[in-house]
Design a protein around this ligand. Sequence first.
Ligand code: FES
Length: 270
Amino acid sequence: MGTPAKTGAPVTLTIDGAAVTVPEGTSVMRAAYEAGIAVPKLCATDSVEAFGSCRLCVVEIEGRRGTPASCTTPVSEGMVVHTQSSKVQKIRKGVMELYISDHPLDCLTCSANGDCELQDMAGAVGLRDVRYTPGENHYDPTGTGALSAADAKGREGPGNFRYIPKDESNPYFTYDPSKCIVCSRCVRACEEVQGTFALTIEGRGFESRVSAGGAVDDFLSSDCVSCGACVQACPTATLQEKSVAELGTPTRSVVTTCAYCGVGCSFKAE
Ligand code: FES
């Protein structure tokens, strides 16, 4: 939940009117979590260091200008935080609207339906409509990646969405760049959890996307060791186990760890 729990001297702050005491160095997001307050988030997760890129977790802090990201802001003594002011709610809704404007709206047929953090967060911030009108889009309405870019040209998606073919080269998981929100959780998991450095983000703006690099630019021919850390970290259906895509979302899971790697595999069963 943002920066991992710390063990420093106790710090007391107020979040949404409730006093909470946490160790020095704890993030505001984690302190809120300790107080039972869930701050919307997309790029933060417990398994990697906070990055502060999605701007969904912004809060207001009395005496401080702007709306800092709670996942990367450390607590301080006497701090007074507001996580649900009308200002931050409006900002979060606008941010989420931009994410959705660049994402396929195939939730009902998506294999991550019901197990997608983007979907959860859109609901959490109360997003109902996206104001941005479709432009020159390349949308695959089947959500399968079966259409070539040429076939998909002209098919409408929301706002700025562009269809990009799916990478199915890896035997264990698929990479669907059309569904990527560029939160970089996969890139950081590859580096911090597995120490492989196989992934990067290339391009800018709407063209930015996660890349496995290399001359051929697919997962199978990259430095990827198929550990699955990126798949575990992905908040959408962008990186997904092939078994989940084929069999649907499991209803139960058991998290285990072993000495082989730091991923923490989730063995799942229907
Ligand atoms: Fe804090 Fe993304 S969760 S900026």
